[in-house]
Design a binder for this molecule. Structure first.
Ligand SMILES: [Zn+2]
Length: 198
């Protein structure tokens, strides 16, 4: 790449772009819990020490953004050298009867022949979250450990119907006509999608 002039001087193109809102892991790879250790071990098994080091650099710099976790799956975007962030995900899977973690990334390197640095970075961030956030553990394992959900806690929810509104809706319920119910509901609260021609 040709260096570009900037402010009267020259600078080298940065290898990464600065991002905000990323998960910053100050000591990637330093884990305590079993789930976090499994995640780091998977990364170490699937790629080289050089790529692991790059992954730790991303994790320390907070380059892992838009992270989502669901049962058996972490996904995130990672701002690398390209203008668009790469999409990377880690999936818990079973290979030859043993639990493994598979990686997938939209970068040119990909993860078919060993994880790329983005997958490694996500693994370090995921391990950190598994160690520090109970909610992440519940989401990743799909096991809430039998903790009661608390139930009924809808306080403060936007657009919530009042007791009076609910009573009116209950009176309408025996009609069992979706259109009529919607019409009744729209008299109480404006339809959020502006449908119904009202
Ligand atoms: Zn990648």
């Amino acid at each position: 790449m040709t260096p570009r002039s900037w402010d009267g001087g020259w600078y080298e193109a940065r290898p990464r772009r600065a991002v905000e809102g990323g998960v910053v892991v100050t000591k990637p790879g330093t884990v305590t819990g079993e789930l976090a250790a499994e995640m780091v071990a998977a990364a170490e098994m699937e790629t080289s020490s050089a790529i692991l080091a790059r992954g730790r650099t991303y994790a320390r710099a907070g380059q892992v953004v838009a992270l989502e976790v669901e049962e058996g799956r972490f996904s995130a975007q990672i701002q690398g050298s390209a203008s668009e962030p790469y999409r990377v995900s880690l999936l818990r899977t079973v290979i030859s009867g043993s639990d493994r973690i598979a990686a997938d990334c939209s970068c040119p390197y990909g993860c078919d022949h060993g994880w790329c640095k983005h997958a490694a970075a996500l693994a370090y961030v995921a391990a950190h979250l598994l160690d520090t956030q109970g909610a992440t553990v519940v989401a990743w394992t799909g096991d809430d450990g039998g903790v009661p959900s608390g139930g009924g806690g809808t306080d403060g929810e936007a657009g919530r119907l009042s007791e009076e509104d609910l009573a009116t809706l209950r009176q309408s319920a025996p009609v069992l006509d979706a259109a009529a119910l919607l019409a009744a509901a729209e008299e109480l609260v404006p339809h959020p999608w502006g449908m119904g021609g009202g």
